[in-house]
Design a protein around this ligand. Structure first.
Ligand code: G3I
Length: 305
């Protein structure tokens, strides 16, 4: 293929980008989006603060702009995210106990129901494990409602949209030897053993000098896949430039293609200037929308073999 999306599709996979609704009026941005990508993830528009700004009051205007653009252009949509400790609306931030549990489950149900049939995969729960060497859950108001909050969220999501793949999504879960990776692995293994509905694991894969691309990345992908779930690379970006950056993109793509259940890759933005990393250059297109060496390496890797 001659584009990322078409090349990935030839390998039975998708290639997506995180996008922002307010950039859909930028013709350079939309030109690249429509040419190269066959999946999108709303970067912020489906988060809790965006979709339920006041309790029980749901707003989907900006998320709908992205979903409608995707449908009109034949792109899949990854939903991001239904339950998260961050970007909670103010009313939720200070809630606790049964009231918070019920509010969280109602949020999952209402948002997943609203988009039923339109979402390829949902990040049902995002970033629930702590960094560091403990493998513990991250402390949060949601966690303090009880360890079973994650499975409760997945059951509610399955009931609301039985056709969507339900993912657990996290960062720093790329290195197979890290405690956080093992903790997520044990969660998924436990869910599969007990019949808790889960279909996929999202590896965000924000690579930078503090959390570099690990040489055992392919082992991580294949180990999760062996549990009977799909693996998706959900928020890929790689700090750096030039040939070094390009070769890391090439390795990530090759690793995904080597694992049958690695079903797709999403980059977390289109141009370097769209990245959440204010001063970095971690993406495939420069600020003018020109293809970087990282783009060429990614395309070549998608077409290899
Ligand atoms: O919308 C407000 C705007 O009204 C206000 O004037 C402005 C002033 O700062 O802030 C705007 O909100 C910002 C929002 O992005 C939309 O642009 C927030 O401050 C800012 O914190 C927020 O950052 C997002 C971040 O998640 C928040 O946690 C990034 O765009 C987004 O790329 C990033 O994405 C996360 C994934 O969801 C989860 N994994 C990690 C990834 C990178 O941090």
């Amino acid at each position: 293929g001659t584009t990322l999306g078409a090349s990935a599709a030839e390998k039975g996979r998708y290639f997506g980008a995180a996008i922002a609704a307010h950039k859909l009026s930028d013709s350079t941005y939309v030109g690249i989006l429509n040419r190269e990508f066959n999946s999108v993830t709303p970067e912020n528009e489906m988060k809790l603060d965006a979709t339920e700004p006041q309790q029980g009051v749901f707003t989907f205007t900006n998320a709908d702009r992205i979903v409608n653009h995707a449908i009109a252009n034949g792109m899949a949509v990854r939903g991001h995210t239904l339950a998260w400790h961050s970007q909670q609306p103010g009313w939720m931030q200070n809630m606790s106990g049964t009231a918070l549990r019920q509010a969280m489950l109602n949020h999952v149900t209402r948002v997943a129901s609203y988009y039923r049939g339109k979402i390829h995969s949902w990040d049902v729960v995002n970033e629930a494990f702590a960094d560091g060497s403990t493998g513990a859950r991250r402390d949060s108001n949601l966690q303090r409602t009880g360890d079973d909050w994650i499975e409760a969220a997945f059951r509610a999501a399955r009931a609301a949209d039985p056709g969507a793949k339900l993912c657990y999504n996290d960062y720093n879960t790329d290195n197979w030897t890290h405690a956080k990776t093992q903790a997520v692995y044990n969660l998924v293994r436990d869910f599969k053993a007990r019949g808790v509905p889960i279909d996929c694991v999202g590896l965000q894969s924000h690579f930078n000098p503090n959390s570099p691309y690990p040489s055992n990345y392919r082992t991580t992908l294949s180990s999760f896949a062996a549990l009977g779930v799909d693996v998706q690379i959900t928020e890929l970006d790689i700090e750096g430039s030039g040939t070094t950056q390009a070769n890391t993109y090439r390795s990530v793509v090759a690793d995904c293609l080597a694992v049958a259940r690695c079903t797709g890759i999403t980059v977390w933005g289109i141009r370097d200037t769209d990245s959440w990393r204010a001063s970095g250059t971690p993406l495939l297109f420069d600020g003018n929308g020109n293809k970087k060496p990282a783009y060429t390496a990614t395309l070549e890797a998608l077409n290899a073999g």
